[in-house]
Ligand binder design. Structure first.
Ligand SMILES: O=C(NCCCCCn1ccnc1)c1cc(-c2ccc(F)cc2)cc(O)c1O
Ligand SMILES: [Mg+2]
Length: 214
């Protein structure tokens, strides 16, 4: 049967990127998505904003909701100080299988823990599974209707602390209206919108950065 888009993206990485070189994996994916097939990676334009927030936070503990092919996983992990771990949750086993191979190709597997399953089930298990007390940084890029319930779950499980940073992709396109309304109006958060574009297109999109005030 015909290969899937994530499989074709993986094949491009294995063919064109330099093994062990995260930047070449990132550049190869961006080139493939601009010139061959669009795919829902955060992309280079929003990726630069993601990079700057990760560098500013320099998190000891980080969580990514929505791995897809591992593009943003590699972007984040390549900037993490040694000894820190990025936990990334993926519901779709086919995406997870491709992401594992892209993460391994980049050479960053020691900084990343990819867990397959539903974020709603896994978030309450973060303490028992990983001994995580709180997350310094959370990147939201999974189902857009799960952003709000999942940050409420993070609050309930006391996985956020004063100063924890949430960065959410796609707050305009496809859009996460209930999440935006909540983080922009709740006294628990201080929020800021970074205007950008939907990956590899001229369509408006952006990232919302929210600081948990505790
Ligand atoms: O749906 C998206 N991501 C979630 C994928 C499934 C997550 C599964 N999962 C992982 C963990 N828990 C659940 C997404 C979509 C688009 C998009 C934009 C315009 C368009 F016309 C079509 C699509 C752009 C993105 O940047 C996205 O992130
Ligand atoms: Mg996205």
């Amino acid at each position: 049967t015909r290969s899937t888009r994530p499989q074709r993206l993986l094949r491009a990485v294995q063919k064109k990127a330099i093994k062990g070189d995260p930047q070449s994996v990132i550049s190869t994916i961006d080139y493939f998505c601009r010139h061959s097939e669009w795919a829902m990676n955060v992309g280079d334009e929003k990726g630069a904003i993601l990079d700057s927030v990760v560098c500013e936070v320099s998190p000891s503990t980080a969580l990514e909701l929505g791995t897809y092919c591992g593009y943003s996983t590699v972007r984040i992990a390549r900037l993490l100080p040694p000894g820190t771990k990025l936990i990334t949750l993926e519901f779709n086993p086919d995406y997870a299988a491709v992401a594992r191979q892209i993460i391994e190709y980049s050479g960053l597997q020691d900084k990343i823990c990819l867990v397959e399953g539903a974020s709603g089930d896994l978030i309450p298990k973060m303490q028992e599974l990983f001994g995580i007390k709180t997350f310094d940084f959370v990147f939201l890029d999974h189902w857009k209707d799960r952003y709000l319930p999942d940050i409420k779950l993070l609050e309930e499980c006391q996985l956020l602390r004063k100063g924890s940073i949430l960065l959410a992709d796609n707050v305009i396109c496809p859009g996460t209206p209930d999440y935006l309304e909540y983080v922009r109006n709740s006294p628990l958060y201080e929020s800021k919108y970074f205007k950008s574009h939907l990956e590899y297109t001229k369509v408006e999109d952006g990232l919302e950065k929210s600081v948990f005030l505790g």
